[in-house]
Design a protein around this ligand. Sequence first.
Ligand code: HEC
Length: 133
Amino acid sequence: MLKLIRLQSSIAILGCLLGGAVQADELGKQEYMDACAACHGASAAGDGPLAELMTVPVPALTGLAAANDGVFPMLDVIYSIDGRQGTRGHGYPMPVWGKRFAKDVENTGPYGAETLIRGRVLSIAYYLESIQK
Ligand code: HEC
């Protein structure tokens, strides 16, 4: 009996962990669609509707790992999203989507927003890692 209860609770915990991962993926995808797809394309092929209007070519984001000896360049991607990389096409020094995060600061104050925004940036980076070819 005790073993069965243990097994059930292990399955429940596993379910929660998997559920969390699925949710994180969904969040990253949603953030990507809202903030990045206009230029980089819905499937990250570099073919969003704004791409042809840019003077700097918009790169595909599915080959970042392949271009980096098979290792996803997590830190570079995070810096590229939060503005530290100075990516020209993102409107350096303030990325064009910076305003999207202003509501977080309004709603949670500077410290809460710091955590929330890091989470959102990270969720996009994880999503991109998951779609590498
Ligand atoms: C306004 C159009 C636009 C939007 C929106 C945009 N990007 Fe970009 N992105 C570009 C352009 C243009 C480049 C190439 C810039 C350059 O060469 O300086 C680029 C480059 C990058 C790079 C570097 C790719 C490489 O090959 O080194 C990454 C990573 C990236 N973008 C991720 C994102 C993410 C994630 C988002 C959403 C949070 C996003 N971009 C939103 C236009 C955009």
